[in-house]
Design a protein around this ligand. Structure first.
Ligand SMILES: *Cc1c(COP(=O)(O)O)cnc(C)c1O
Length: 364
């Protein structure tokens, strides 16, 4: 049986996984065998579409080795052609990263760079499109893990509806933990990864796409290993076969994690748990005098940024003392304020948050 946890990860990925997810990695799998491809990979691909509430005739998905960024890069690199123009609406490190990707590929793009505490609203999208009517693709982040802010993708979806713009959403830290109406919002490519809200371990990501849009990327990719069309085609033809070495143990763990998500009651039940975690955390921290970076209206349930309680607050020492008590948290990631972050996702429950609050009260 699995040893006890070394500590509870209150970080948004890798995050704390269940013992049963970790245990699922204790066997080796043959990547040529149907036990693996038809028994594990194909059900994962079908399961992701089912989780997203999508019809297999209209939507499809593709799994890709690497971390989440590999999938964002693969999607941007394969969808935005040299004659296209990408509009990136950013309010944090992950949105800005899309622009770095576009730089590497020499993609024609416009970056709207908001403050990290400002939401990407429909108004922001409307203004940008008025200034740049020749935009063909729009990309943005749903849950900006930089701060914990949740962008109103439905407002942006409303603005671009009917304009023929390809809509790319980085839902890395929201898919599986926050309901997203992919079809209703007209999302063409949604990117996420194994080690966030589905609560698997790191090693691969996935792209859920409109089938016609994915098929249209054939021949566009400027990277062999990040060619999502080629990867998709091999998976379709090979009934779950990956093009290059697949992270077998990680994939098997993900299969278990998806089962556990369904057992929990699906995305809506998980969303409720994350919201309870978040509520318990924020109420507890506020009772101890801590303040959140974001107003509650902009805050999502995934991760929360807290301001340093005083100018002489020693984060390094706070971190070490918390770790000694079994909790690992995250430093802040923004430039204009001193913050630290606490994640609410993973195999984490309101009782864990209560225990954390007791410890913070004791050590600070
Ligand atoms: C985790 C995350 C990513 C991917 O980061 P990796 O380190 O490549 O896994 C991308 N976008 C968001 C919003 C994330 O939270």
């Amino acid at each position: 049986m699995i040893r006890e946890r070394n500590y509870l990860l209150l970080t948004p990925g890798p995050l704390s996984t269940s013992g049963t997810v970790r245990e699922a990695m204790l066997q080796d799998w043959c990547t040529w065998d149907k036990d693996y491809n038809e028994g594990i990979v194909s059900p994962i691909r079908k399961g992701l579409l089912a989780l997203a509430g999508l019809d297999e005739r209209e939507y499809t998905d593709v799994l890709l080795q690497g971390s989440g960024t590999y999938c964002v890069e693969a999607t941007i690199g394969a969808t935005v052609r040299p004659t296209d123009k990408l509009l990136i609406l950013a309010n944090g490190a992950y949105g800005e990263r899309m622009a770095r990707i576009a730089d590497y590929y020499g993609i024609h793009y416009v970056l709207v760079s908001l403050r990290e505490t400002e939401l990407v609203t429909g108004e922001v999208a409307r203004e940008a499109l008025e200034a740049h009517p020749d935009v063909t693709h729009l990309s943005m982040v749903h849950s900006e893990t930089t701060t914990g802010l949740l962008n109103p993708i439905e407002e942006v979806a409303e603005v671009i509806r009917g304009r023929g713009i390809t809509f790319i959403v980085d839902a890395m830290s929201s898919f599986g933990g926050i309901p997203i109406d992919i079809k209703g919002l007209g999302i063409d490519f949604l990117v996420s990864s194994a080690n966030k809200c589905i609560q698997g371990v790191p090693g691969f990501g996935f792209i859920i796409a409109r089938k016609d849009k994915l098929m249209a990327t054939k021949g566009n990719a400027r990277s062999l290993s990040l060619d999502i069309y080629a990867q998709w085609e091999t998976m379709e033809r090979g009934h779950g076969k990956w093009r290059f070495t697949s992270p077998t143990h990680v994939v098997r763990a993900f299969y278990q994690a998806m089962k556990e998500l369904n057992d929990e009651g699906g995305i809506s039940a998980r969303y409720e748990r994350y919201r309870r975690n978040h509520r318990t955390l924020v109420d507890g921290m506020r009772s101890l005098g801590f303040e959140t970076l974001l107003p509650d209206e902009a805050q999502g349930p995934i991760i929360t940024s807290f301001l340093y309680p005083s100018a002489d607050f020693d984060f390094a020492s706070f971190y070490e003392r918390l770790k000694a008590k079994g909790f690992v948290i995250y430093p802040g990631k923004i430039s204009h304020a001193d913050t630290f972050r606490i994640g609410n996702i993973g195999d984490v429950f309101p009782e864990d948050m209560e225990a954390l609050i007791r410890v913070i009260k004791e050590i600070r």
